[in-house]
Design a protein around this ligand. Sequence first.
Ligand SMILES: Cc1cc2nc3c(=O)[nH]c(=O)nc-3n(C[C@H](O)[C@H](O)[C@H](O)COP(=O)(O)OP(=O)(O)OC[C@H]3O[C@@H](n4cnc5c(N)ncnc54)[C@H](O)[C@@H]3O)c2cc1C
Length: 448
Amino acid sequence: MSSAALPRVVIIGAGFGGLTAARALKSAPVEITLVDCRNFHLFQPLLYQVATAALSPGDIAWPIRSVFAGQKNVRVVMMEVNSIDPTSQTVSGGVTSISYDYLVVATGATHAYFGHPDWAQFAPGLKTIDDARAMRERLLTACELAELSDDDEVRRRCLTTVIIGGGATGVEMAGAVAELSRRTLRGEFRRIDPEKMRIVLVEAGPRLLPAFPERLSERCKRSLIEMGVEVKPGSTVTECTERGVSLGPERIDAALVVWAAGVRASRAAQWLDAEHDRSNRIIVRSDLSVPPHENIFAIGDTSAVQSEGRPVPGLAPAAKQMGRYVGRLIAARVRNEADPPAFSYKHQGDLAVIGRKSAVVAMGQLRLSGFVARVFWSLVHILFLIGFRSKIVVAFEWLWSFLTRQRSARLISDGAPRHTVGPQATRGTFLANREQTKQGLARGIQGG
Ligand SMILES: Cc1cc2nc3c(=O)[nH]c(=O)nc-3n(C[C@H](O)[C@H](O)[C@H](O)COP(=O)(O)OP(=O)(O)OC[C@H]3O[C@@H](n4cnc5c(N)ncnc54)[C@H](O)[C@@H]3O)c2cc1C
């Protein structure tokens, strides 16, 4: 069969879901176009390590073209999709349109500010490499400004970080900032003591890590407190400004506020005029197709589906399982075989790292905490990185940092990102280059 006669599969998004779907179609007689607004696949679970200078961006991102260099039925297109026309079966981004026979939408999610979109500029979320680099920049610049200042109040504010959201991302970020200030920066400054950095973890619910068993949540809270993190469960943020945050009557002035409290799916539901839930996730059928279409599928963070009576969580393994399922289903259809049974999600467990010697793991009946959990967490993450080089580099960085306390990526660079692309573009920039970061901090420090 000539390539022109093969069914055309378009996959939008080369995240965990889209990448796995394309791989699952490796030996299927189809022509795949994998579209992403970025030219790389990003391992989001380790973004917080870039934000806290433990890893470099290149350690957790891989060019999509190189991932698929050996899979000849995949064509990679870098384009930001902004509409889908199910009648003409085309996907469009600006002036370019791509036709499909089957469409897989895997465009992920972005942050949700619960009706306060203006907070995004003061409390950025962690979703892209640009976000992580901007946070690293701000964290390190704040320490430099504190060292320069003679004003105690300014120093206090520069040395305060607030993290909003006590799920895995918030916990991991809080632990990593604590390690950076208490271990890595210790003894390096002359006028300030980074060990005195105030790190506040705010959670609206009654406990941290709500997806974990209560005992592990408690263990996590104890470990963070031992590391010097102030944990505030049952606290709701009522205001975010350039100066910091308010928790009702309590105001916390901070140089860095990180939003890890909620997500909202991409705009795919609007492109398809599809039914969606409160988080804008497309409500899909049990074969992950988007009603009323039989040939359009939504997977990963941008879809809402139940499995065994429970909603499938927004996690990387769930996105991968959906990608694998849709790949198998499309392969079966193009071969005129029967569809596989309805999608069913297998939860593999929950993991969160707290610090250099501590993590929590809940997998089936297995419950781990402390150093054993930390080693387990490291092995699992190394296993899931793409490519031998990344596995070796990341394993070496972690071992080096464990033995020496050093972090290799502690740079405040001139070339920090000036803007974000793709789904983040509408959020505006987060004081993206060094001057902006400095000016922003100075405004926050001097302003009312
Ligand atoms: C900081 C952080 C930490 C996390 N930690 C964990 C963890 O420890 N364990 C875990 O299991 N999960 C974790 N997650 C969640 C996990 O990363 C997501 O569930 C997973 O990435 C979802 O995969 P996806 O394929 O649906 O979307 P994504 O992986 O987000 O991929 C979406 C892709 O679509 C592209 N895209 C978006 N819009 C467009 C457009 N308009 N045009 C073209 N391309 C577009 C994006 O560039 C991206 O490549 C974390 C997430 C974050 C942000």
